[in-house]
Write a new protein. Structure first.
Length: 368
């Protein structure tokens, strides 16, 4: 065992102080490295930003009032708390967070995990509750040239697309007319309780039905939730046109997709290659697709997804496209760290060498 002498102890103290200097050098050498698929992520974020801008400009042209308290970034994508098509409670923080255009980059990352390729068909179940996430999915899909088969539930939870004159279907139509996207729902249901508009007034249900008709979309409105689920599965299969669906995406808490609110909570947010939940009283389309071995992307708990990708919560102002850890990762400069380590090893070995040499000389003097 090496036992330092009095002189070498001074050397070790010097090494300790020098090591602090080396640590500061290494720590300050950290660099930002572009993450995988940077270009595609950036294009998707820019596209989502553009889509939000088009929506805002249109709403301003329609003299729509801005709620600067609930919508501090003035996106005009935060709806009123209670309207005739509000179906359930909603988390304003989650809605504000979802409007970050860099969420589209998160979708690119998740699509890559699902190993999607150009031309792949993807089934999407969305609602009016999270227009921001809907836009993020569409933006990522366009950049990767993915074929989306979309079915919507028009009703929206608080602060979503709750404006009766500008529902999610109206947003889709606007973005198609402005040639931002070519994606559009092929069918739609009322949403809300039992996916049949339960808890809405008759007037609210009528408004949704008229909106679906005005947007030239197939209405799915069966006698029960279970029949709505079967009808949506049939539509998904029909539009897949015998091609394999590579991924199923659930956005929000639509009951026809989940089967029940509890079902949605049993599945963690994010990508799942397989789902193994059994004995569910009612299985929505998400679970029926999972039983067929189709991977699932569950986008319900937006805050958890945000935290995982280190995006800001309810940011003010909205971040610029291309900013955040989803684009760049901060890492130590390996070259600097290696040099610092080599210097430390050399210094320590020198102290040991000279200390042993001095000790040997002392032993020889004693022997003489």
């Amino acid at each position: 065992m090496f036992i330092p002498s009095a002189k070498s102890k001074l050397s070790l103290i010097a090494i300790f102080l020098f090591s602090i200097v080396l640590f500061i050098w290494v720590d300050s050498s950290r660099v930002f490295v572009k993450e995988k698929n940077f270009e595609e992520k950036y294009k998707a974020a820019k596209l989502m930003h553009r889509a939000e801008k088009v929506i805002k400009e249109y709403r301003i042209s329609q003299n729509t009032a801005i709620d600067e308290v609930n919508d501090p970034n003035k996106t005009m994508l935060i709806g009123e708390k209670n309207t005739l098509i509000t179906t359930d409670r909603g988390n304003l923080t989650a809605k504000l967070t979802s409007l970050n255009p860099n969420f589209a980059a998160v979708m690119i990352d998740l699509f890559k995990k699902a190993k999607l390729k150009k031309g792949d068909k993807v089934a999407v179940s969305c609602t009016g509750s999270f227009p921001g996430i809907n836009l993020a999915v569409m933006s990522a899909a366009k950049v990767l040239d993915i074929d989306l088969i979309m079915i919507s539930s028009v009703g929206a939870s608080m602060f979503g697309a709750t404006d009766t004159s500008f529902t999610w279907l109206d947003i889709e139509t606007l973005l198609n007319d402005k040639e931002i996207f070519t994606y559009k729902s092929i069918a739609a249901s009322l949403g809300g309780g039992r996916d049949m508009g339960r808890s809405l007034t008759k007037k609210g249900r009528k408004i949704i039905e008229e909106t679906i008709s005005e947007n030239n979309i197939q209405l799915i409105h069966e006698e029960s939730l279970e029949k709505n689920i079967k009808a949506k599965m049939k539509v998904f299969k029909k539009y897949a046109d015998r091609e394999e669906i590579k991924l199923y995406i659930n956005i929000g808490g639509g009951l026809s997709s989940l089967g029940s609110t509890i079902n949605g909570r049993l599945v963690s947010p994010g990508f799942h290659r397989h789902l193994y939940l059994k004995n569910l009283p009612v299985k929505g389309t998400m679970f029926l697709f999972a039983e067929e071995g189709i991977p699932i992307l569950h986008l319900l708990d937006i805050i958890k997804i945000t935290e995982k990708y280190e995006l800001p919560i309810a940011p003010e102002p909205l971040p610029e496209p291309g900013t955040g850890r989803v684009f760049e990762d901060e890492r130590y400069n390996i070259t600097v760290a290696a040099i610092a380590l080599a210097i430390m090893i050399i210094l320590i070995l020198l102290v040991i060498f000279f200390d042993h040499k001095q000790l040997k000389l002392k032993e020889e003097e004693i022997n003489l």
